[in-house]
Design a protein around this ligand. Structure first.
Ligand SMILES: [Zn+2]
Length: 90
């Protein structure tokens, strides 16, 4: 994805449909934690939970206005990281 004039973290983020391993998820979380420390991402309240995937859902807002949802893996569910569009999933 190409980002335009405003520098933001989205260009470096990619959607994840299932983490390959807990290690990959932990590395991903560490990257998000860095972005949160930098101020590139900000944790926001979860406005609309993914009904069946409630455990540990977090929403992270980028400084460009995009919001991303993170749901950690919980067997057999492998977790997701997706852009939130108008309070719904893509
Ligand atoms: Zn962004």
């Amino acid at each position: 994805m190409k980002s335009n004039s405003r520098q933001c973290r989205c260009g470096r983020l990619r959607q994840v449909e299932g983490f390959d391993s807990l290690l990959q998820f932990n590395e991903f979380k560490a990257e998000l934690a860095r972005a949160l420390r930098d101020g590139a991402l900000k944790e926001v309240p979860v406005a609309q939970r993914t009904s069946s995937l409630e455990q540990g859902e977090r929403w992270l807002a980028c400084n460009c206005g995009e919001t991303w949802r993170l749901v950690g893996p919980r067997f057999p569910f492998r977790g997701i990281f997706r852009r939130v569009v108008e309070g719904t999933e893509v």
